[in-house]
Design a protein. Structure first.
Lengths: 251, 255
């Protein structure tokens, strides 16, 4: 089994408007795939379709070789147990404090004891460069960047095989961004975790990606290796990386 | 033609929402009956639904009990039938006002907050997060609330009955100068178990309805704060109407 995630001809529309059209992408084990694209191009929708949170109109999604639309609810939960997800808005449970948020999957998904789960949660809190003092704080009292890091800690708490990161570094200062990027690289390079990330941050993109896909008008219009970012003369990539207001995107 | 097609569309929409509510309740109940059980959630909801509703239910009971006794007096004294007042108040309280008013108050208090809480979780992707953390959100969010509502609503109705009848007693004895012993005797001698039990059954059914509507509308909310607000209104309105409708039906059935 070569690919951890296979997406074939995925189409998703909302109220007759196609957001994704025939998207196809494959991610190998231990590979870090990064999706870039303009705001509203359907990146978050793509991740939700892969996770089965949104039902696509057509197309196939396979995780670890299993067609997710054919899985029973129980089997789908088993599959999701191996996935760590960071949502764009954090999606922290407001009724639980930081440490309960991070240990949630360990306790409810894996059935670990609270003591053991808290131990792991504190470890992950350190990994995202947060002080143990925030453990008892509720999400509403955290800053935007702290929320993001707690959500990141929750996503990696269960030591998943596949991680989905929707804008992991948006709203973080450059140094924390560097720390988080390093964490993602460590996950994929050293621990063999496969990753599908979304980012708008070009320096992050260069650091964390093995493969880059550019989503535009609902399709992946360019896909290439990290090194090809600088060598390609695809006009869309050139405009995106330069952040220039003139180019094919804006025509 | 246009008019007919409008009615047709409304009818189809009505049927499809009945279908989705049914589906929602079936998946919620079936998710909850197999282990693991989320005891912590059940305990938390018991406190929310049972304990914190007591002041509201108690106040409703005492005021309506007093007012009802006075109104009965106004009507019954014309026919010198004052001795019937204690039993009329008792029957009205246990059979009708207890379950209906408790349910309407709880719908306003809890139905609304369930919708707001679950709706906010929906629009901020927390329900998605539950799913990707391998937790069935129906089992974690809906089932504990349903269970606790069905079990504790009869208890709240019972509290209402006691406090309401007590309110009637206070007005009857201290304001209308009834003989205390006679008042109590008249109340108890005409009371049957069925008066109380039928009210408690109604309470359990209403508890189910309040919680079902609260959670269902929460799950269906979309579009940020405004959407959650709209869902909350829908939840309270639909559960109130269903409570009154079912009260009528149940009264025919349980009479
Ligand atoms: N639940 C939904 N209902 C209707 N339309 C939706 C829904 N979710 C997303 N969309 C639409 O799908 C399109 C893509 O949204 P998506 O959130 O995937 O964008 P994105 O690429 O992640 O953007 P950003 O970079 O700003 O996060 C948007 O036009 C949005 O309006
Ligand atoms: Mg997005």
């Amino acid at each position: 089994m070569k690919y951890v995630i296979e997406v074939e001809n995925l189409t998703k529309s909302f109220g007759g408007r196609d957001v994704l059209q025939n998207v196809t992408l494959n991610i190998r084990r231990g590979e870090s795939y990064v999706v870039i694209g303009g705001s509203g191009s359907g990146k978050s929708v793509l991740v939700k379709c892969i996770l089965g949170l949104l039902k696509p109109e057509s197309g196939i999604v396979k995780i670890n070789g299993q067609n997710t639309s054919k899985l029973s609810q129980k089997a789908m939960f088993q599959t999701l147990l191996k996935c760590g997800v960071l949502y764009q808005g954090g999606a922290l449970f407001d009724s639980l404090n930081v440490i309960d948020n991070i240990s949630f999957g360990l306790i409810y998904g894996y059935g670990k004891s609270q003591k053991e789960a808290y131990g792991i949660a504190l470890e992950k809190l350190n990994a995202v460069d947060l002080d143990e003092k925030v453990a008892k704080i509720f999400p509403a009292e955290l800053s935007g960047g702290m929320k993001k890091r707690v959500a990141l800690a929750r996503a990696i708490a269960t030591n998943p095989d596949i991680i989905f990161f929707d804008e992991p570094t948006t709203g973080l200062d450059p140094i924390t961004t560097g720390i988080i990027d390093e964490l993602i690289v460590k996950c994929t390079k050293e621990m063999g975790i496969s990753a599908l990330s979304i980012t708008h941050d070009i320096s992050s993109l260069r650091r964390i990606s093995d493969i880059v896909g550019l989503l535009y008008n609902g399709s992946i219009i360019w896909e290439g290796k990290n090194e090809e970012l600088d060598t390609t003369d695809n006009p869309y990539i050139r405009q995106f990386l330069a952040g220039s207001p003139v180019g094919p995107f804006t025509q | 033609m246009d008019f007919l097609s409008k009615i047709g569309r409304m009818f189809i929409k009505f049927l499809s929402s009945i279908g989705s509510v049914t589906l929602f309740s079936v998946s919620s109940v079936s998710s909850g009956i197999v282990p693991p059980y989320y005891w912590k959630q059940i305990a938390k909801q018991s406190i929310q639904i049972g304990y914190f509703s007591l002041p509201v239910v108690g106040m409703t009971a005492i005021f309506t009990g007093m007012a009802l006794t006075l109104q009965c007096y106004a009507g019954f004294s014309e026919f010198t039938a004052e001795t019937a007042i204690p039993s009329v108040v008792m029957i009205a309280m246990t059979r009708e006002l207890g379950p209906v008013l408790t349910a309407l108050m709880v719908a306003g208090r809890l139905g609304a907050s369930m919708t707001a809480e679950i709706g906010t979780m929906k629009v901020t992707e927390q329900i998605d997060a539950l799913m990707t953390l391998s937790v069935n959100s129906y089992k974690y969010l809906v089932f504990p609330r349903l269970l606790v509502s069905i079990v504790l609503m009869p208890f709240l109705v019972f509290i209402y009955d006691i406090i309401g009848i007590l309110g009637g007693y206070v007005v009857g004895v201290y304001y209308l100068d009834f003989n205390p012993t006679n008042y109590i005797h008249n109340t108890l001698s005409s009371m049957s178990n069925w008066d109380v039990v039928s009210g408690l059954i109604k309470g359990a059914v209403f508890g189910f309805i309040i919680c079902l509507m609260g959670c269902y509308h929460g799950y269906r909310s979309n579009g940020g704060a405004e959407g959650v607000g709209r869902a909350t209104t829908n939840s309270v309105v639909s559960s109130s109407i269903l409570i009154l409708l079912l009260d009528c039906i149940l009264t025919f059935v349980l009479f």
